[in-house]
Design a protein around this ligand. Structure first.
Ligand code: AHG
Ligand code: MN
Ligand code: MN
Length: 339
């Protein structure tokens, strides 16, 4: 018999998965499906970027003093509105806002979850048609339901994440997420406007061969990283070296490629940025969650990223994530040659 319907959409899938948790009330599923819809709206704008007046700088800077692109602000607003109206999210923290956003209407206040987001990652690449992403992380709130959320709800240990994921707006648009029980990837089929399950139970190779780092910062790297880069470039048959180097400059894109192919993404501390560049709460932790649940690792150079307790919303950390063998080696180099 011919089959006329053989897709699993993101929305179908989150509801199917919910059945694994008999006590689940569908709140997380609802949140994920709102994130999926917002991602489609952001995707629509990105794919038209050269045609409408959305490219370029907005003329403002964000809390970290970085230039905001028009699309940074657009994506921030779309995700904020989607989460506010979901009814299951009581507050949001994003790269674009100095303070947390507290949803104060009576439904949202009762929401069980808070979300941390980098609404548009790699946005300096946007004007040049290079792939970018969005990153999200979901926690159960600590403050009682019905009250306004506070900072403590957002600066939890990465280990406390209930779900996390990202969208990569690449040659195709994909949403990858995990609720701690497998990592799943959905490709947007633009003809039907649905994210369709395309990558079931993603596992990252334990032994990777790609290293991704901005080598332009080499002179400022810690000695351990300088030596590790040289190690990657040396010839050695048993470990498959020299490794190959790839760097897009969008964390999501670099991470996504390495997740599927095996490799490591590095953003070390450097002489100009002692804590590196990437933010723990909405960049490192969600990516670390995906990495670990796919069998990989994520570290700040000596300990697991998700074991850290951030002290502030926009705190940065050196970040190393990807295949286990590579993270282990990097930690060894840093420990013996210096941070
Ligand atoms: P964002 O666009 O959200 O500020 O993030 C940019 C980040 C990240 O995506 C990327 O890995 C890194 O910046 C690249 O930094 P360099 O240009 O210093 O290599
Ligand atoms: Mn980013
Ligand atoms: Mn960003």
């Amino acid at each position: 018999m011919a089959i006329y319907y053989n897709i699993t959409t993101l929305n179908d899938f989150v509801i199917l998965k919910q059945k694994d948790y008999p006590n689940a009330k569908g709140e997380l599923s609802n949140l994920l499906s709102h994130i999926g819809t917002a991602a489609k709206i952001v995707n629509k704008k990105i794919t038209k970027a050269g045609l409408v007046d959305i490219l370029g700088r907005a003329g403002t800077v964000n809390v970290q003093g970085e230039d905001q692109q028009k699309l940074d602000i657009y994506a921030d607003k779309v995700f904020t509105d989607a989460l506010r109206t979901s009814g299951d999210c009581c507050g949001l923290a994003t790269e674009e806002n100095q303070n947390i956003i507290v949803f104060t209407d009576k439904f949202a206040r009762k929401g069980k979850y808070v979300v941390c987001m980098d609404p548009l990652d790699g946005s300096s690449n946007l004007d040049y048609n290079v792939s970018v992403g969005s990153i999200f992380s979901i926690y159960r709130r600590i403050t009682p339901r019905g009250e306004n959320v506070g900072n403590e709800d957002f600066i939890q240990k990465g280990d406390m994440q209930v779900a996390a994921g990202y969208i990569v707006y690449g040659s195709s648009t994909m949403l990858v997420y995990s609720t701690g029980n497998g990592v799943y990837g959905f490709t947007l089929d633009p003809s039907i406007g649905e994210f369709c399950l395309s990558h079931s139970c993603i596992k990252t190779p334990e032994a990777g061969r790609i290293y991704s780092i901005n080598e332009g910062n080499y002179v400022n790297f810690p000695m351990g990283i300088k030596k590790y880069i040289k190690y990657c470039q040396e010839k050695d048959e048993s470990t498959g070296r020299p490794y190959t180097s790839r760097y897009v400059g969008s964390l999501v894109s670099d991470f996504h490629r390495n997740l599927l192919m095996g490799g490591v993404f590095m953003y070390p501390s450097n002489a100009n940025a002692p804590k590196g560049k990437l933010r723990i709460v909405y960049e490192c932790n969600p990516i670390a969650f995906i990495a670990e649940h796919a069998g990989g690792a994520a570290s700040d150079g000596h300990e697991r990223i998700m074991g850290l307790t951030p002290e502030s919303l926009h705190q940065r950390s050196p970040f190393y994530t990807g295949s286990k063998n590579m993270i282990k080696k990097i930690e060894e180099f840093l420990a013996t040659e210096g941070y």
